[in-house]
Design a protein around this ligand. Structure first.
Ligand code: FO1
Length: 312
């Protein structure tokens, strides 16, 4: 019998694990719940970077160098905007814009993001279920020393995550609702995984959707996070830098502590010695995913390991 696996993810790191899982789990048994706190408006288009990164990765069209955007995409639109003197700091590929146009139009027609995502994913041949964490707009706001409070993409892309973070705020989270699809997936899950995504920037927004964290912790099933920190550094992006700025040691222990009762299992990188971790289930695997085989291998290791400590 196949296990129902739900994985919570942000962008590039989470997408790699989701890809590995999609190769070993029947699509009807795999649900990917994606952070939408990074979403923003740009030239009138609704951009959902993490949803698109997962969608392009699972659809096999992602730019493998960047880990986001469409492979081989051109930037004619961007160049045309520059000709008008625009300071275009967010790199929108021409093919990528098709996604944003369709999504924006559908949102304006009142279609929920969950339904739009399902439609786009299906058109790209994606079989597992891909769900935004909520249909309601939530924006991760970054309070920085240098610029005050700025939108996530301004912090991440425009300023290349160099500003010093003082605190984070999730605008709109109080009125965000868990969707029936997310609720159903979590209720039916046999295993909940948290991808090697940034715990503060990518996973916290998902867990902060009212009711979602409680629903996860209420489930007596394996709930396992894969470390985003290896050798005191982030695999990608600002996780380690952010941890230092917020007063944490960039270590697997600090990640485990941060997730608290949300997880009962943790996967660290086998090159690390994480010391004692206050969790019933801990394992070390090769977590750095460079090739497609690495992604599949990690997914296999994690799922087999979980099967070994639970009788399903
Ligand atoms: N990341 C960048 O560092 N620079 C970009 O210009 C950029 C453009 C972009 C366009 C579409 C898309 O789906 C993602 C894009 N990203 C870009 C990645 C993305 O903004 C971040 O990796 C995530 O938000 C963090 O998870």
């Amino acid at each position: 019998m196949a296990l129902n696996v739900v994985v919570l993810v942000g962008g590039v790191g989470g997408a790699k694990l989701a890809y590995g899982l999609a190769q070993i789990i029947p699509p009807e048994n795999l649900t990917v719940i994606v952070n939408t706190g990074d979403d923003f408006w740009y030239y009138g288009l609704r951009i959902c970077p993490d949803l698109d990164t997962i969608m392009y990765t699972l659809g096999g069209v992602v730019d493998t160098t960047n880990g986001w955007g469409v492979g081989g995409d051109t930037i004619n639109l961007l160049d045309a905007l520059r000709r008008y003197g625009e300071d275009v700091w967010f790199r929108l590929g021409d093919q990528d814009v098709a996604t944003h146009l369709l999504r924006t139009q559908a949102l304006r027609n009142g279609e929920p993001l969950t339904a739009i995502t399902a439609r786009l994913a299906q058109a790209l041949g994606i079989k597992p279920t891909l769900l935004p964490m909520t249909d309601d707009p939530v924006a991760t706001m970054v309070n920085t020393v240098e610029y005050g409070e700025i939108e996530f993409q301004t912090y991440f892309v425009r300023y290349r995550w160099q500003p010093t973070i003082q605190s984070l705020r999730l605008s709109g989270i109080e009125s965000a609702r868990m969707t029936p699809a997310v609720c159903h997936a979590l209720e039916q899950a046999d295993v909940i995984l948290i991808g090697p995504s940034n715990p503060w920037l990518s996973i916290d927004p998902i867990l902060a959707v009212p009711g979602l964290r409680d629903l996860i912790t209420s489930r007596s099933i394996p709930r396992v996070a894969v470390t985003p920190i290896v050798g005191g550094r982030a695999l990608k992006g600002p996780a380690a830098k952010l941890m230092v700025e917020l007063g944490y040691d960039p270590s697997p222990q600090a990640v485990v502590q941060h997730y608290g009762e949300v997880i009962n299992g943790f996967v660290y990188d086998k090159s690390d010695d994480p010391g004692p971790l206050s969790l019933p289930h801990v394992a070390g695997f090769e977590t750095i995913m460079k090739s497609d085989n690495d992604k599949i291998f990690l997914a296999q290791n994690v799922i087999e390991w979980i099967k070994s400590w639970v009788s399903f």
